[in-house]
Design a protein around this ligand. Structure first.
Ligand SMILES: O=P(O)(O)OC[C@H]1O[C@](O)(COP(=O)(O)O)[C@@H](O)[C@@H]1O
Ligand SMILES: [Mg+2]
Ligand SMILES: [Mg+2]
Length: 332
């Protein structure tokens, strides 16, 4: 007897067909990535949002669309497709997916991933299933293709952690309930955009960079992988904070990351593990999704760190502009 694609012990019954299909798709994509070659990182076009599409972006999209064809989905919405694809007339769920996240890392053999969000399918056009309060999300997850292939998934009752066993092809349970630890003083942000950031974000990063000599009175370390899945995985493993804020570049007024299939699912995984995820001020999941490919600023990680960023947004301009000001009075 062949092993199932994922240990379903902790997976609610109604999600099992979907999770088995996603696990089969993830294991198949992991094998493609492991094999490499075949110009997987070659630019082959642009998606609806004007982003360059790599060969592996397109291949991953086709692979998941095929893997999910009998998984009980009514709609499949992808970063790589302008409009949602109808799947099964009787499907009860609608899935949004970033089939390949971190695609600038394909050629460099750095961790990349897949992110997915699941909503109940509603009657009417596809938009009725996807354009809605983000809190309507019923499941979220990512698969990380790194030195190990792992999956994090939440069905609204904690965040579950699985790792693919390459000998059996099954995602085994690594931890059925992940708690975001708070033992890290690492921040992740693309610091090359410093001059484009708004003042509260600059003030937050200035204070981290000042280390022992600044208001935080401790040294910080920095990471930037340019792969949201890999950053989220590190933060779920050991804490810290990630920021992709809005900035002054044209087209970045709402940051870079997409609400439907990047930010909302990562926010659910982080919240369900005890962390916070905001747009700088408000929880990501308290927002309404208004566009299929719409963006939002995203800040997530350990609650005290994320809340500190929100507090900086509430400070008067004079306070965030001053080098340190009275910001040492914040304790977190
Ligand atoms: O190059 P930048 O601006 O730092 O952006 C990096 C971000 O872009 C992304 O790669 C976007 O995802 P895609 O690869 O799915 O387009 C994120 O994973 C990452 O956080
Ligand atoms: Mg992405
Ligand atoms: Mg992508």
């Amino acid at each position: 007897m062949t092993a199932p694609a994922i240990d379903t012990t902790h997976i609610p019954q109604n999600f099992r067909p979907l999770m088995l299909a996603l696990a089969r798709g993830g294991a198949a994509l992991a094998a493609v990535i492991r094999r490499g070659g075949a110009n997987l990182g070659a630019e082959v076009g642009t998606n609806s949002d004007g982003d360059g599409q790599k060969k592996l972006d397109v291949q991953a999209d086709a692979l998941f669309q095929d893997a999910l064809k009998d998984a009980g989905l009514r709609w499949y919405a992808s970063e790589e497709q302008e409009d949602p694809i109808p799947m099964q007339d009787q499907g009860t769920m609608a899935l949004a997916i970033d089939p390949l996240d971190g695609s600038s890392n394909i050629d460099t053999n750095v961790s990349i991933g897949t992110i997915f969000a699941v909503y109940p399918a509603e009657d009417g056009p596809a938009e009725a299933s996807f354009l809605r309060p983000a809190r309507d999300i019923i499941a979220a997850g990512y698969i990380i293709y790194g030195p190990r292939c792992s999956m994090m998934v939440s069905f609204g009752d904690g965040t579950q952690f699985y790792t693919l066993n390459p000998d059996t092809g099954c995602f085994d349970v690594t931890n059925p309930r992940v708690t975001l630890p708070d033992c890290s003083f690492e921040f992740a942000i693309n610091a090359s955009n410093y001059r484009h950031w708004q003042q509260p974000v600059r003030a937050y990063i200035d204070d981290c960079l000042a280390g022992l000599d600044g208001p935080r009175e401790r040294n910080f370390n920095m990471r930037w992988i340019a792969s949201l899945v890999a950053e989220a995985h590190r933060i779920l493993m050991r804490g810290g904070i990630f920021l992709y804020p809005a900035d002054a570049r044209e087209g970045y007024e709402r940051g870079r990351l997409r609400m439907l299939y990047e930010c909302a699912p990562i926010a659910m995984l982080i919240e369900q593990a005890g962390g916070h995820a905001t747009d700088g001020a408000l929880p990501i999941l308290d927002a309404t999704i208004t566009q299929l490919h719409g963006r939002t600023p995203l800040i997530f990680g350990s609650p005290d760190k994320v809340d500190r960023v929100a507090a900086y947004h509430d400070l008067p301009e004079s306070e965030v502009s001053a080098l340190f000001g009275n910001r040492g009075l914040f304790r977190a």
